[in-house]
Design a protein around this ligand. Structure first.
Ligand code: XMP
Length: 325
C-alpha cells in the first residue's frame, strides 16, 4: 500500500543503485519540487550530492534564507549559493517587455547555473565524476511531455527558462510517479520546513514579472515589502489553503494622486491578484473576505513607501492570466 515511508525507502534504494559512487548535482529554486527531490537524493547518497542555488534577487522576502538556512539545517545538504543579484539587475536594466524579461532571466539563470556546475565538476575528485542531475519532475509533467524518460527532454517552463538540449547528465527524477500533494507529504516526512513544503506556486522569473515596468533594486524591495504584508495577512486569516496563489503586482509605470496626513502624494498602485484554481490552466478570482482585503490595503499603504493605492484584480482566467506579465 502507498505510504510516504514506502515511497521514501523505495526511492532511496533506487537512487543508491543508480548513482553508485558517482556524484550528482541539483538546482534548488526555492520551490517544493526541487527541495523534495534534493532531500530524497541527499537521504540516499549524502555528500555525493551538491545543490546549487542561484540567488537572482527576484525572490520574495525570506525565501532565500529559507533555502540557505532552513533547508540546509533540515537536510544537511551541501549547498553552493551563487549571489547573482547584480548580474540580473544589470541584464534587466531598461527592459520593460515581459517576454524579453523572461528570456533574459532564463538566459542568465542558465549561464550562472552552468558556471556553478562547472566549478563543482572541477572541484570533484577524478574518481568520482559528476554524472547525474536531479530534477523535480512530477507525474503530471511526465504525462504532459509524452512520458519520455532519459536525459534531455525537459519542459522548459518548469525551470527558469529550461535547460539546454545538449544536457550531458543522466537524470535522477525521484518524483516522477507522484502528484503535488504526495510530494508535499513526502517533503513533510523528510522533515522539510513547512514554508517550503506548503509553498504556493511561484513563477521561476519571480518578482521580475510582477513589476510592470523596469525592474530595479528599489522597486524589488518595495514589492517584497508589499508581498510580505499580503502573505502575512492571508496566512493569519487562514486563507492559504483556499487561495491557489495571490500574486502581488507593482504597477511601477503608473502613478496616481493620493492624500496622506496633510499632504498630497503621487505614488504607485499595488494590485492584489488572489485566484482559486485546480491546475492554473483556468482560474477564478477569489471572493475573499472584505475585512482581510481592508487590512492588507491599510497596511500596505501605511507601511510601504511610495505606494498610495491598493487595487483588487477581479478577472478570471481566461481572459486574464494569473500573472500580469
Ligand atoms: P499564467 O500567468 O500563465 O500562470 O496564468 C499559470 C501558472 O504558472 C506560473 N507561471 C510560471 N511558472 N515559470 C514558472 O515556473 C514561468 O515563467 C511562469 N509564468 C507563470 C504562474 O505563477 C501560475 O501558477
Amino acid at each position: 500500500s502507498w505510504t510516504t515511508g514506502n515511497v521514501i525507502d523505495e526511492q532511496v534504494a533506487a537512487i543508491r543503485e543508480q548513482v553508485g559512487d558517482k556524484r550528482a548535482i541539483c538546482g534548488l529554486s526555492g520551490g517544493v519540487d526541487s527541495a523534495v527531490a534534493a532531500a530524497l537524493v541527499q537521504r540516499a547518497i549524502g555528500d555525493q550530492l551538491t545543490c546549487v542555488y542561484v540567488d537572482h534577487g527576484l525572490m520574495r522576502k525570506g525565501e532565500t534564507e529559507q533555502v540557505e538556512k532552513d533547508f540546509v539545517a533540515a537536510t544537511g545538504v551541501q549547498l553552493k549559493v551563487v549571489d547573482a543579484q547584480e548580474r540580473f539587475l544589470d541584464a534587466l536594466a531598461g527592459v520593460t517587455d515581459p517576454e524579453e524579461k523572461r528570456k533574459i532571466i532564463g538566459r542568465e539563470f542558465i549561464r550562472v547555473f552552468e558556471q556553478a556546475q562547472a566549478e563543482i565538476i572541477a572541484e570533484a575528485s577524478g574518481d568520482q565524476p559528476v554524472e547525474f542531475l536531479v530534477q523535480g519532475t512530477l507525474y503530471p509533467d511526465v504525462v504532459e511531455s509524452g512520458g519520455g524518460t532519459g536525459t534531455a527532454n525537459i519542459k522548459s517552463h518548469h525551470n527558469v527558462g529550461g535547460l539546454p538540449e545538449d544536457l550531458e547528465f543522466k537524470l535522477i527524477e525521484p518524483l516522477r510517479k507522484l502528484f503535488k500533494d504526495e510530494v508535499r507529504m513526502v517533503g513533510q516526512e523528510l522533515g522539510l520546513p513547512e514554508e517550503i513544503v506548503q509553498r504556493q506556486p511561484f513563477p521561476g522569473p519571480g518578482l521580475g514579472i510582477r513589476i510592470v515596468g523596469e525592474v530595479t533594486k528599489e522597486r524589488l524591495d518595495l514589492l517584497r515589502e508589499a508581498d510580505a504584508i499580503a502573505r502575512e495577512e492571508l496566512t493569519a486569516a487562514g486563507l492559504d489553503r483556499d487561495i491557489w496563489q495571490c500574486p502581488v503586482v507593482l504597477l511601477a509605470d503608473v502613478r496616481s494622486v493620493g492624500v496622506q496626513g496633510d499632504g498630497r502624494t503621487y505614488g504607485h498602485p499595488i494590485v492584489l491578484r488572489p485566484v482559486s484554481s485546480e491546475d492554473a490552466m483556468t482560474a477564478d478570482w477569489t471572493r475573499m473576505p472584505y475585512d482581510v482585503l481592508a487590512r492588507i490595503s491599510t497596511r500596505i499603504t501605511n507601511e510601504v513607501k511610495d505606494v498610495n493605492r491598493v487595487v483588487l484584480d477581479v478577472t478570471s482566467k481566461p481572459p486574464g492570466t494569473i500573472e500580469w506579465e
